[in-house]
Design a protein around this ligand. Structure first.
Ligand SMILES: CC(C)(COP(=O)(O)OP(=O)(O)OC[C@H]1O[C@@H](n2cnc3c(N)ncnc32)[C@H](O)[C@@H]1OP(=O)(O)O)[C@@H](O)C(=O)NCCC(=O)NCCS
Length: 145
């Protein structure tokens, strides 16, 4: 298993297969995908891309604390889920964020994945809300300070 930075183009088929099933491919592109400040990470098994996540500079201030980056598009291909690849990506983050001087991050977690993020120290903030065409989400925060 290896984790490395990947291109936007590499993320799209995985986002489509996992997060935007049966939706138009255009829905798989996120704001900021092509910014130089954006990081796309991939987890590989035998040189095959099995999962991804994206970190976008999208600042949010909560209780006077700056959460500079949004974690987005966390997805492991269905056939590889439950094999600790998501965990590997989450455990890769602290050092990667430190290297890039990112202290705090946030995400809009699918309600079905809230417990996953909690395992890695993310805290829910506020009430769940609906993202149209995607489903119920929960704002979650993680500080690496
Ligand atoms: C959620 C997801 C990223 C987790 O990755 P994964 O590789 O399947 O999970 P792992 O095998 O690394 O699991 C690590 C731990 O989290 C738990 N876990 C995994 N998915 C979970 C979920 N949806 N809810 C609660 N716990 C979960 C596992 O049981 C495991 O717990 P353990 O260490 O106590 O045994 C992946 O299943 C996925 O892509 N799901 C569909 C898309 C999705 O919901 N993405 C998140 C969008 S916000």
């Amino acid at each position: 298993m290896t984790i490395k930075q990947i291109s936007v183009a590499e993320t799209i088929p995985i986002r489509h297969a996992v997060l935007r099933k049966n939706k138009p491919i255009e829905t798989c592109y996120f704001t900021g995908d092509y910014l130089e400040s954006t990081f796309h990470l991939g987890v590989f098994l035998d040189n095959n891309l099995a999962g991804i996540c994206t970190l976008v500079n999208n600042e949010k201030v909560i209780v006077q604390k700056l959460y500079a980056y949004q974690l987005r598009g966390m997805a492991i291909l269905d056939q590889f889920q439950g094999n600790k690849l998501g965990k590997s990506l989450m455990e890769f983050l602290p050092e990667f964020l430190k290297t890039n001087k990112i202290l705090n991050i946030w995400c809009n977690a699918r309600v079905s994945a809230v417990d996953f993020y909690q395992k890695f120290g993310f805290k829910a903030y506020g009430e769940p809300f609906e993202i149209p065409y995607v489903g119920p989400h929960q704002l979650m925060l993680k500080s690496y300070e």
